[in-house]
Structures are given as structure tokens and as C-alpha cells.
Design a protein around this ligand. Structure first.
Ligand code: SAM
Length: 250
């Protein structure tokens, strides 16, 4: 698997204590290779979860981060940002994606790791909400779980038995590219699948066994095993982690 040297500096226990999906720092480090982030920029970390990515952005790039999330409270995230010593430049915000409290053009960049698929597949979202948050010339970046191609029934047959309703948001890179490109608001600067997606996904999937229900309260539905079973069932290698970056036109 590709190495992510910036992420290697971070304590793996801290990562696994706070991740909410496949190692968000690997996903972010991959994405940042396609962005130009400079000290002092204002960056939206959309769907930051427990804020690992927000801490990383502040430390690695010296940017000011608005760490926006829905499921995790701003108070809990503030505690983590204080412990990480970044609370002077990482601001926790609790807000739903359709009710964001930011002025149009407020941000230099907006990134979203393993979150944009929850609200951003709606055709109306990018042109009427998300694109407005960034100034002209500003940057967008997402990494989302998806597939290497589109399927007529939304999913490969290999994954039918494990399919969950929220997985209908899984799409190909070409699908994501078209969603933003057709608006004419942005130039797509990168759109590709991460290398070895299942190796990237696997440590999180293994951690879920014995931890998911305890941490997130999944009940008796076998959720602890779902991620490893999902990866194992993908015998045709259809699973992808899609990386997309774009620049807002002037
Ligand atoms: C799978 S978690 C990933 C969190 C984090 N980025 C990580 O990788 O650990 C998805 C995140 O998206 C956020 N999210 C989902 N739907 C949202 C919405 N409608 N508005 C704002 N955030 C949302 C959730 O609060 C959650 O923290």
C-alpha cells in the first residue's frame, strides 16, 4: 500500500480512538496532494466527525479550520481540539449540511472526508448550497466510498446480501465528476480512485469487530462484522475510494 508519511507522525491509538470510517488521515493526506493549502487560509472541514482531519489540517498546513459536524457535538470536539493544542485555530461547529451558518464566499477551501456522500448526492446540493461557501478561485476536495463503475441496480451482485440502504450513495468517480462539472461552476482538477482501497479500508473494518457496537451503538444486527464481510465479499474488486478536487471558476 502507498505510504502516507504525514499520517505516520500521528499516534495510531489517537486515530483509532476517534475515527468514524476508514483512516480519515490517509484519505485526507491523499486528497491534499491535489490541493494547494497555504497558512492562514480558511478551510471548512465538512462532516469532520471527531475532528482528526481538522487537527491534521491545522498542524500540517497552518490553516484555520471550521470543523463542522452533525452527529458529534461541538463541545466534545472542542475538548479534543484543546487536548491537541489547536483550539486557537480549529473551531468546532455543530450544523446540518443544509443549514450551515457561513457567509457566501467565506472559505478558501472546503474538504470533506467520508461524509459528502450523506448529503451531496442530491443534484441540488452543490449548485445551491455547497459551491456558494467558497470564494472564486477557491478549492473543493472530497473523498467518498464508492465503486469503480456504476451498476444498473446501484450495487454489484457480489454485495447484494450485505447491502444497506445508505450504500445507494456509493458511486463512481465519473458519476461524481459529472455531478459537479455539469454545473459549470468548477473546473475538476483531480478525480480518481485511491490505490488499494480495500487495504486502506481494512484496518477500520477490523477495528469495527468488537468496537463498533460499543462505540456507536449498533444493536444486535451484526454491524460489528459488516465492514469485514463487505470487503471480503467484493471478489470482483468493485469497491473504490473516490478522490475528487475542484477549483471554483471566477
Ligand atoms: C462516516 S462519518 C466520517 C467522519 C469523519 N470525517 C471521519 O472520517 O472519521 C460521516 C460524518 O458525516 C457527518 N454528516 C452526515 N450527514 C450530515 C449532514 N446532513 N450534515 C452535516 N454532517 C453530516 C456526520 O456527522 C459524521 O460525522
Amino acid at each position: 500500500m502507498k505510504r502516507y508519511p504525514k499520517t505516520e507522525k500521528y499516534d495510531s491509538d489517537w486515530i483509532s480512538k476517534n475515527w468514524m470510517g476508514p483512516n480519515p488521515l490517509w484519505l485526507l493526506e491523499e486528497l491534499c496532494g491535489n490541493l494547494e493549502l497555504k497558512p492562514g487560509m480558511r478551510v471548512l472541514d465538512m462532516g469532520c466527525g471527531k475532528g482528526l482531519t481538522s487537527v491534521f489540517l491545522a498542524r500540517e498546513y497552518g490553516v484555520t479550520v471550521f470543523a463542522n459536524d452533525l452527529w458529534i457535538s461541538a463541545t466534545n470536539n472542542l475538548k479534543r481540539f484543546e487536548e491537541a493544542g489547536v483550539s486557537g485555530c480549529v473551531f468546532p461547529i455543530h450544523a446540518e449540511a443544509h443549514a450551515l451558518p457561513y457567509a457566501d464566499g467565506f472559505f478558501d477551501a472546503a474538504i470533506s472526508i467520508d461524509s459528502y456522500q450523506y448529503y451531496g448526492t442530491d443534484e441540488i446540493y452543490f449548485p445551491t448550497v455547497y459551491s456558494k461557501l467558497i470564494k472564486s478561485g477557491g478549492q473543493f476536495g472530497i473523498v467518498v466510498p464508492g465503486f469503480v463503475k456504476e451498476f444498473d441496480r446501484g450495487r454489484p451482485d457480489t454485495l447484494a446480501a450485505l447491502w444497506q440502504p445508505d450504500m445507494y450513495t456509493f458511486h463512481s468517480g465519473a458519476w461524481w465528476r459529472a455531478l459537479w462539472e455539469k454545473t459549470g461552476f468548477v473546473e475538476i482538477t483531480a478525480c480518481y480512485d485511491m490505490e488499494s482501497p480495500k487495504e486502506v479500508w481494512r484496518p477500520w473494518a477490523e477495528w469495527c469487530k468488537g468496537n463498533f457496537n460499543k462505540e456507536f451503538g449498533g444493536g444486535d444486527d451484526g454491524e460489528d462484522d459488516l465492514e469485514t464481510k463487505f470487503l471480503d465479499a467484493d471478489v470482483n474488486n468493485d469497491i473504490a475510494l473516490v478522490v475528487m478536487a475542484a477549483r471554483k471558476k471566477g
